[in-house]
Structures are given as C-alpha cells and as structure tokens.
Design a protein around this ligand. Sequence first.
Ligand SMILES: [Zn+2]
Length: 304
Amino acid sequence: MAYKPRTESEELMILRLLDTRMTLSEKDIQHYYRLKKGYEGEVMFDSLTEKLQCECYILNDLLFKVNNTMFQIDTLIIVSDTVHFYEVKNYDGDYLYEIDTDTLYKRPKKEYTNPLHQLNRSESLLRQLLQNIGYNFPIEAQVVFINPMFTLYQAPLERPFIFPTQVKSYLEKLDKVPSKLNRNCKTLADKLISLHIDKNPYTTFPLYEYKGQRKGLICELCNSFSIYVHGKKCVCGDCGHEELVSTAVLRNVREYMLLFPNQKITTNDIYDWCGGVVDSKKRISRILDRHFKIVGIGQWAYYE
Ligand SMILES: [Zn+2]
C-alpha cells in the first residue's frame, strides 16, 4: 500500500460538481477533462505500483515549494537508497517525436508540451529540495506513458520514457532489486510528506455562484438528477442505483460545503440545495442533527 495515497484534488472535485450543476465555458471544460484524464492515468499507474512486493515507500501526488518555485510529482518511490520519480502521462493516440528539436506532436501536427521538459525541471527542483533537507540520494526520473492506446513514432532510445508495453516489466525489474529500507529512508519519506503542500495556492476556479447552480440530488454513480425518494432510499431513475436518503443528503451537503466553504449550513439551505427531492425539512434537519453540531436556535440555527 502507498505510504502516501492519492486522492482526488479539490480542483478536480469542484470542477466535476460545477460541470454537473452548471454550464462551464469550453475552456473550463477542456481543463476539467484534461485534469480528469490525468488523474485516471495516475490511478492506473497506482494500481500497478501497489503490487510491488519489495521494501519501498510509495508517495503519490506530491506538491513542493523549493526556493520559491512550486513543483509537483505524480509518483515517488524510495527503494534501495534511490529516489525514483515518475511523471505519468495518459496520452492516447499517435504521437511523433522530433529528436532534433525535442518536440512532441500529436499526429498529424499538433504540438504538445514535451513531458521531458517538465521532468527535467522537477528533477532539478527535487535535487535542490533533497539537498536543502540534507539528503544525498541518487534520483532516477522517468516519464510513464500509461495509456495502452498510446503510440510514439520515432521514439528516441535514450530518453527516460517508459511505454505502455513496458510498464509492467519495468516494475517487475524494480521489484527484484535487492532493497532493505533503513531508518534514513523512513525519515526521508516522512520529511517529504511533511513538506507536501495540500492546497495549491495558484489554483484558480471558474467564477460561480449559488444562484447559477442546478439544485437537486445527484446520483453518485451516473451524475443524474433523476432521483426520487422511496421510503428510506433515494433511487436513480436513470441507472436504478439506490442509496440511503441520509447518505445521499450528507454527500450533497459535503458537495455544498466544498463549493461554498464560507456559507453556513442551515436546514433551509440544504433543503433548497437538494431541490426539494427530500420533501420534508424535518427529515433534512434530523439528518443534519445526527451528523453536525447545531449552533444557535430557531431560525438563526446553523450547523458546523
Ligand atoms: Zn444513476
């Protein structure tokens, strides 16, 4: 299991919610799809690194600041006194590599950012970071192309690329490297986790307000708004998924809190947010009572 597991970023969660409840601009949708696809690729890679049996520390999804510069690492593995790190790319389709200019194109001719540039930058920053905290581990940096539908024409041999057909054998080889973790490795892993920045301060979100959001309960499986209440359960009219009313309401409260962190939680607001699908405010307030602390009384009461 990963020593530091990966979770969906707040940015991705918020964009997904906004995409369901409002119409995003074309630019924001593209950004959202890019993030989502990237995340899916990273999760795909995680499902393979999880199988490593060797003694190692796997740290997923790290964000650091060194000498006033921020950089992000998709996957970092400490094994046998070496820090391996990976830039995971979920590209699919046919790409072409121009060696003379180190440029990557999606065929026929759309230029892409060469992940190698990002990798080199991160490697240099990670080296500075390790030096700053007094560790002198060798670093091995690689780009992992995880999507089985990815092809790179004219792929240069000497670049640190791991292709979809090589990921498994690469990890098998890594697994066989004799590795004994010492205290030093653990303190490094802990130190890196403590330096990780949870929220990227440079993240910007599309402008949105409460008014512009479609109200209603959302199915957790298919994102549909066609939810009706049947006894203790919410049933999705599209996919048939059932969920306890209380669970569904709490999930939607958490989403509300994520989108509007400065808003107080009141029964009326949550009733409105759920679009009247749960047709009694009493029922909403019973659910909130059980899971939150009530502050104040009567019409001024809110939940924390
Ligand atoms: Zn559904």
